[in-house]
Design a protein around this ligand. Structure first.
Ligand SMILES: [Zn+2]
Length: 128
């Protein structure tokens, strides 16, 4: 399970930070999950919740996930567009199974390339 091992490496990272700061417990964790990271949000949250219970340091940690809207670069006009998944319905080519919008909102051509968005970043940690 991909998400479980990602959650595990996040927890390892948090342990390191807690040690560094001589903290007794971690209360809140803010993670940015890129829209193209391929990480299933629910599985990741589930994995974190299961793993955190194994240690008192982490037991009460609240995980907050932030998923930025996907950004695309148009290979024809070079413009960059932010197109939320929820608004991609009308831009989708119904004859393909691609999860990506097929039309650039600027030039209406169809060579959009996902720009970045595959990150999993530990943004912020609160500890006591
Ligand atoms: Zn374009």
């Amino acid at each position: 399970m991909h998400e479980l091992s990602l959650a595990q490496s996040l927890i390892d990272q948090l342990f390191g930070l807690a040690k560094e700061h001589k903290a007794d417990r971690i209360t809140k964790v803010l993670v940015t999950l890129g829209p193209f990271s391929g990480v299933v949000r629910d599985s990741f949250e589930f994995g974190f919740d299961v793993l955190k219970k194994a240690d008192p340091l982490m037991r009460e940690a609240v995980l907050e996930l932030e998923t930025p809207d996907p950004v695309y670069l148009c290979l024809d006009c070079g413009k960059v567009s932010v197109i939320p998944f929820s608004r991609q319905g009308d831009l989708l080519d119904v004859h393909s199974f691609s999860p990506y919008p097929k039309k650039c909102p600027w030039c209406c051509l169809n060579r959009l390339s996902p720009k970045g968005g595959n990150e999993l970043i530990l943004n912020h940690v609160e500890m006591e």
